[in-house]
Design a protein around this ligand. Structure first.
Ligand code: ZN
Length: 248
C-alpha cells in the first residue's frame, strides 16, 4: 500500500508566523508545501497538506487530521527568526522521539543543506517544558518540524527564493526514502529518449518504432504514446514533431 506523507505548511491566515517587512513565514511555507504536493503527486505515495491556502488552522486540528488520515510521516515546514545574522537550517523532533524518528529527521535536514548550501544547525530534540512543538507532541507517527533558513536574514531569504525548486525536489526525494519508497523520474510525454526535451530526435525514434525498425522500452513507449491509444504510431510521431517545433 502506498505510504502516506503529510505536509504541514506552518502558520497561515491571521497567524503569519515570523515576519520580515512584507514577507510572511506563512507564505513561504505554503509555497514550498504546494511544490512538494505537485512533485509527490505522481510518485508512489499519497500526499496530504494541512492547508493549501492562506488560512489559520489550529495545531491540534493539524495533528488530528494527520492522525485520522493515518499518515506514515509528518513534516511541518517553518522558517526561523532571530537576529539579522542568524543563518542556517535546523530540524526539531519530539523530546521522546525514538532513534528512527531522529535518523529520518537527520536525513531530511542533510538533504536540504546539501542543495541550499546553508549551515547545518543540526537535529534538535524538544524539551517537554518549553520546546516540544505541538505538531511533534500530538502526532502519532514519525514527525519533524524543519526550520528552513531565517526569514530575519535577507541572504537566507535570497537562498530560499533561488533554491526553492531544488529544496522541494530534495525534500520530495528524501520524504519518499523515509517512508521506504523511492523517487522515480517522471515521464515527460514526447521525450522518448529521456534527455528532458521534446525534439525532432524523439519524433524520429517514435517513427522508427511505428515502422517496426526500432524497439522502445516500456517507459519510452509510454512517453511516445502521445494520443494515449496504447500504441506507438506515426500519428504519435507527428504530434511529437509538432510539439518540438512549438506548434500546438
Ligand atoms: Zn514557524
Amino acid at each position: 500500500m502506498a505510504k502516506k506523507i503529510y505536509i504541514d505548511a506552518g502558520h497561515g491566515g491571521v497567524q503569519p508566523g515570523a515576519v520580515n517587512g512584507k514577507r510572511k513565514e506563512s507564505d513561504d511555507t505554503l509555497r514550498l508545501a504546494l511544490k512538494l504536493q505537485a512533485l509527490l503527486k505522481d510518485q508512489d505515495c499519497e500526499v496530504r497538506l494541512s492547508r493549501s491556502k492562506d488560512v489559520d488552522i489550529k495545531i491540534n486540528d493539524r495533528c488530528r487530521d494527520a492522525n485520522n488520515w493515518r499518515a506514515d510521516y509528518f513534516l511541518s515546514i517553518h522558517r526561523n527568526a532571530a537576529s539579522a545574522s542568524a543563518t542556517g537550517n535546523e530540524i526539531w523532533i519530539y523530546s521522546k522521539a525514538n532513534e528512527y524518528t531522529e535518523a529520518k529527521a537527520r536525513n531530511i535536514l542533510n538533504a536540504v543543506c546539501k542543495v541550499d548550501g546553508l549551515k547545518n544547525r543540526g537535529v534538535k530534540r524538544g524539551a517537554p517544558s518549553y520546546t516540544d512543538y505541538g505538531v511533534n507532541r500530538d502526532t502519532n507517527m514519525h514527525s519533524a518540524l524543519i526550520e528552513l533558513g531565517f526569514i530575519s536574514n535577507s541572504s537566507d531569504n535570497k537562498v530560499y527564493d533561488a533554491k526553492l525548486d531544488a529544496i522541494a525536489l530534495a525534500l520530495a526525494k528524501v520524504l519518499l526514502s523515509v517512508v521506504g519508497s523511492e523517487w522515480k523520474e517522471p515521464i515527460i510525454m514526447g521525450d522518448v529518449n529521456g534527455d528532458g526535451k521534446v525534439t525532432a530526435a524523439d519524433a524520429r525514434e517514435t517513427l522508427r518504432t511505428a515502422a517496426q525498425l526500432e524497439t522502445l522500452s516500456e517507459k519510452e513507449k509510454v512517453a511516445a504514446d502521445m494520443n494515449g491509444d496504447g500504441k506507438v504510431t506515426a500519428a504519435d510521431a507527428r504530434e511529437i514533431l509538432k510539439e518540438s517545433a512549438g506548434v500546438k
